[in-house]
Design a protein around this ligand. Sequence first.
Ligand SMILES: [Cu+2]
Length: 373
Amino acid sequence: MAITVIPRGDVPLGQEHEFFKFVCPPTFGGGPVDAQPATIKFARKLDVMADLPLPAGVKTYNGGNSLRLWLIADPNDSSSNGATFPAKTIRTKKGDVVWVDTGFSFNTHTIHWHGIEPTPMNDGVGHTSFEVSGNFTYQFATNTAGTYIYHCHKNTVLHFIMGLYGLFVVDPPQGPKFAAANAPGAFGFDPVNFSVPIDVEAAWVPGEFDSIWNDLGHNAFMQKCDQNDPAGAGTFTQNGFLNRFRPDIVHITGVVSVPGNPITDPRVSVAAKTNQNILVRLVHAGYTVQEYTLGLDATVIGEDGHPLGVPPFDKYSFPFVIPANTPFRLTSARRYDLLLNSPNAGVFPFQVKFMDWINGTVYQTAQTTVTVV
Ligand SMILES: [Cu+2]
């Protein structure tokens, strides 16, 4: 398949300064900036290369049977190098001060803590702070219970799609068997702590690959970084095709979908009993518009890392119900915390349509199920 290289547009005269922040992030490393005592510590390592085998019936654009991924590993986990896709979930409690000792063994990278809102020095957005070479200890507080993601933010469109991301969960103070929620009269709601108990927890993280991108190097199409000519044409992102995203392989939580076959892998399909509280953390990890349809009523109790209707913001939001079989959509990096509870046994389908973000073309559809017995 021929790839059309898209020429970079000219920077309009007089607007050069608006692009200055995208010029040449410096590199930096070391311990935490303005260190505070940590209440919890993690370690992560970037990037570990691994091949994701493709199931029968799925191939790359040139007939390959696997995708080369760049992964975030946990160096303290000896199983399979600690490298998984998506990366291992980081889990803290509301009120924690978190240190993440991060080592970068290849190229430069960052980790962006999406939605957690650390200080700029700790937020891993290279173009507003620095890219890390060697190692850096990120430090931040997790003050709001909810669902987040962490991901590399260097040459972001490419490094994200190549696999450099994972889930980040902030539990309410009572711990991981609870979700922050405002649900009077339902789900075993605790009006003192504004929480509900969780019997079964799952994560649906639908994402996409454009397998043509799989052949690219870490710095593909990045600017040439001439510090002495910050407004020169060569200093901006170069001609390329990272703005031409045509996903040909899709997955839910790292399990590649075979078109027409619902995913049965227990990392994705959900099993519960009648009247149990099921919390599904639905995380959009791609660049399409994703349209979801679930065969059960779902109460959205949290959105983009914020519990709905929970003080101190209870005046401004409230949980809402998405009725069964009603399509709903999310866009890149958005998250819904879905609370399910079925009084009836059954196998309930969940479907994701991956749609072009400009013209709505459906590239693929992935399915899995919630089985209630
Ligand atoms: Cu990276």
